[in-house]
Design a protein around this ligand. Sequence first.
Ligand SMILES: [Zn+2]
Length: 511
Amino acid sequence: MSYRVLARKYRPQNLEQLVGQENLAQSLKNAFENDRVPHAILLHGIRGVGKTTTARIIAKSLNCLADGTLKQPQVTPCDICVSCQGILSDRHMDVVEIDAASHTGVDDMRELTESSRYKAVQGRYKIFIIDEVHMLSKSAFNALLKTLEEPPLHVKFIFATTEIKKIPDTILSRCMRFDLSVMQPAKIIKHLQDILEKESVLAEADALAMIARAADGSMRDALSITDQAIMLSGSTTVSVTIVEAMLGLSSRDALFGIFESIFKGNIEQAIQSLHTIYDNGGDPLLITQDLIHILYWVICLKNVPSLSKDIAWPEADRQKGQQLATSLPTSVLLQSWDLMQKSHDDVRNSHQPSQALDIALMRLAFVKDVLANPSAVSGGQNVQSSSVTSSVSRASMPQTFEAMADLLLYAKEGLLHGHVLHDVHLISYAPGHLVCGLSGRAPKNFGKLLKAACERITKQPWNIELRQDNSTPTIVQAKAIERENLRQQALDHPLIKEILHVFPDAKVTIN
Ligand SMILES: [Zn+2]
């Protein structure tokens, strides 16, 4: 038994079966029911979303002989009448399919418009399907235009294109245009699951999610990748390992590992992992793209936490992504994304792409260090604990007011630490000397308590001067202001704008 490729075997045969094109299907259904099918239809969309398939469904519906009268298009063509069978086997006398990529000339169009003058032989309409119509030459378009201006009643044109901008306005204005949607990963996965069940082929859920993502919105690509994966897997399961190997994907584990190393400050380990991927034949440009994609995913997760339950993404991606998202502030993630975007061009244009990527990762580690510096940004837990350790080990006297607050926490003076964060309005600070205003919530003897605690911890004399001046923000207020500023910065970032556009319910938080 010969193997029929999935895309052919499961090609949708009517509007019901068109996956992911609900709007288009509904409009066409209305047109068929009311017998108001325009004489020229333009189907626009990326490769592999079903343009040619739709064109054939329209042709079958228009010419189906199911009711024997040919008076009305059939919403669901029968697929068994002479006309349907003719179209199914590419042998219908009145349905002409032309690939404009190989028939770009004016003579081809003249021939076509000439034949359009004769009535349909077999069906109700003469139907011309012109694929990749944007490839026609200017003179060919002009020849076509004459027929489009005064179309014979028995003629229908169906054009398909991936590049709407290359089609002259004079043609566009005479067509009813339909935009086919890009396939969402969840829809691709669902469709693949349905098909594989019919084929009795087992597949890992994460493997299908990877295929859906690699297909990049094209159902045809998804099906052809699945075809290959089935062949490679023999009679076993279509697994993540097979799909990764087949798509030349670097192992996701290794890529997540690189980020984990960088953000932990272990650049050496990150570069080592990267070189292992090179050694296994990894392409620097593809690795860069994968790394950018991972950052995009982590930023999405950070802002749209519900995505961690979205099955369109591999389970492993969701878990590892979540870890990175919770451990890194949005500012670091956004800067990293910007930097990797720029590095992408460097890697592409470099004579030594692998070296360019090495340098990009080192830069990333650098950016992360600069951003994680508490004076530059109010960071998360990592930053706080590291500043505590350094202030204790390097100097007995805290060098900044914030370090002094940290020191209280470290010395288990939790109550005093809380008052310092919430109630102290700093006027000036030098090690051993604090001038500040105090909110009413602080205890009456706060100055004495703080002095005693600081002297006990640092074993040095302290001078705490209290004044009636609460004009500066407390540490907590300052952090709130800083977070709001960062949030505003983040909201202005093009990537975040894009995310908010795709996920309008997302909330941007800085932590
Ligand atoms: Zn039929």
